[in-house]
Design a protein around this ligand. Structure first.
Ligand code: HPA
Length: 235
């Protein structure tokens, strides 16, 4: 057992999907995994292990934002032997050609991340959080095989959901080819690199940043089937 996950060694598979929302973890376990069992409900941050096409897979909620995500990813890798981790989450689109429910396979993360400022910025370094190439290739191949369109892109992992300077930052990054915003991929890629694990992000657009358009909470929980299929095939 670790501080935030009440499981025994062996309860969690080396392959782990990481939705932010613990109810989405439950949804994935109930709809996509066979013989799924819940291994932890500490803070209601549910985690399940089951099998997908004979492959043992876990799915662990991580909460929202880099610091919460960081705690779960650290514990999964350090204490339970997680080796391949895919964040399956939502993002906002700041690109008019990237629409609600579109899929993004994340190859890198720009960030205003306080955590990498602590790790690297104070030493005058800029660190580029990138996805694992093999997982990225496997996800692209899986999406192609399944016939699901997906854009490979850089995300913006922002620390502040409610940010006074959001529009300025998002427009600047959009000029540099960054089409979407979420809050966790930069920390996932950085921690995985530090601990020798493979990591990837697969995102579904839940809202348009510069338009009045977004998914309902129910849709957030239930309508991301294609992304989950790609993640389960790739993991
Ligand atoms: N901002 C940050 N994170 C998000 C968003 C957003 O608009 N949508 C989904 N995750």
């Amino acid at each position: 057992m670790s501080t935030h996950i009440n499981a025994n060694m062996g309860d969690i598979a080396p392959r782990v999907l990481l939705p932010g929302d613990p109810l989405r973890a439950k949804f994935i376990a109930e709809h996509f995994l066979e013989n799924a069992r819940c291994y932890s409900s500490v803070r209601n941050m549910l985690g399940f292990t089951g099998t997908y096409k004979g492959k043992e897979v876990s799915v662990q909620g991580t909460g929202m934002g880099g610091p919460s995500h960081s705690i779960y990813v650290n514990e999964l890798i350090r204490f339970y032997g997680a080796k391949r981790l895919i964040r399956t989450g939502t993002c906002g689109s700041m690109d008019p050609t990237l629409r609600i429910k579109d899929m993004v396979i994340v190859q890198a993360a720009a960030a205003d991340c306080g955590m990498n400022q602590i790790r690297f910025g104070i030493k005058g370094l800029v660190y580029p959080p990138v996805a694992d190439f093999e997982l990225l290739r496997d996800a692209v191949d899986a999406a192609k095989r399944l016939g699901y369109p997906a854009r490979v892109a850089t995300t913006y992992s922002g620390d502040l959901f409610y940010d006074d300077n959001a529009e300025e930052k998002e427009k600047l990054l959009q000029n540099y080819g960054v089409p979407c915003v979420e809050m966790e991929c930069a920390e996932l890629f950085t921690v995985a690199a530090r601990l020798g694990a493979q990591a990837l992000g697969i995102l579904t657009v839940s809202d348009m940043i510069f338009e009045e358009s977004h998914c309902s909470a129910k849709e957030r929980e239930q309508s991301f089937t294609r992304m989950m299929e790609v993640a389960l095939e790739a993991i």
